[in-house]
Design a protein around this ligand. Structure first.
Ligand SMILES: [Zn+2]
Length: 229
């Protein structure tokens, strides 16, 4: 899929967030050093790069790239990450580790069970809109605690939960409805449904129309990420 980024100026015009963009760091078109590869030509190449890093991680051959002082200095003045990863807050699924990458490689957005609201959607849109990030990966994972915790409130308490956790529970209700009649394990089906629904919603964003949006599932036991069909 071809990628056509919005210029920084046009993004500012669209979003009216000039100050915020400056705080996040000006986009930069070229990759930095520390053994850096050329920027991926498109979302498919970015996806291959992500999955290659995941394979190194899963096989115990992680290189931990882009974590040197040199890399830190190279990206201090600007960033051009090649992917957005939208994933769960789970402590066992840190994207920079499971995709074996480092500073300046990823925009990372994380919420409980990758629940999506307007703030998180805007956060996912930022990279593609401002720096032409060609790929957005929605990453669910095995044995998601947030999904597990949401089922009882949905089934027995009308979605009510303490504090602001109820917002996550309510955000997961569509995934519950999509998953409850599927054969197999309800929790795992909910993780997959939540990922699928999130991918569909991202694909509906006008700012992501030139971005490859895919969903995946991380296996806690093997360390592997499998793309969802
Ligand atoms: Zn989770």
């Amino acid at each position: 899929m071809a990628t056509t980024s919005l210029s920084r100026r046009s993004f500012v015009r669209v979003a009216g967030l000039a100050g915020g963009l400056a705080a996040l760091g000006a986009p930069r078109a070229t990759a930095a050093a520390d053994g850096a590869e050329q920027p991926p030509a498109d979302g498919h190449e970015a996806l291959r790069r992500l999955l290659a890093g995941n394979l190194r991680w899963a096989r115990g051959h992680a290189r931990h790239p882009h974590q040197s002082g040199r890399r830190r200095r190279d990206v201090a003045g600007g960033q051009a990450p090649y992917a957005v990863v939208f994933s769960c807050i789970d402590s066992r699924v840190p994207p920079e580790l499971v995709f074996d990458c480092g500073l300046g490689d990823l925009f990372v957005v994380r919420t409980g069970a990758h629940a999506l609201d307007d703030v998180t959607l805007g956060s996912v849109e930022y990279g593609p809109a401002a720096t032409g990030t060609p790929l957005a990966l929605v990453l669910g994972h095995e044995r998601c605690g947030a999904v597990h915790a949401a089922i009882e409130p949905i089934e027995r308490h009308g979605g009510a939960a303490p504090g602001h956790i109820g917002a996550i529970v309510r955000a997961l209700e569509p995934a519950y409805r999509a998953a409850k009649d599927r054969p197999g394990d309800l929790e795992d089906n909910m993780v997959r449904a939540q990922t699928e629904l999130t991918v569909a919603r991202l694909r509906g964003s006008s700012l992501l129309r030139n971005t490859l949006v895919v969903g995946g599932r991380y296996d806690l036991d093997t360390g592997r990420v499998d793309l969802l069909p």
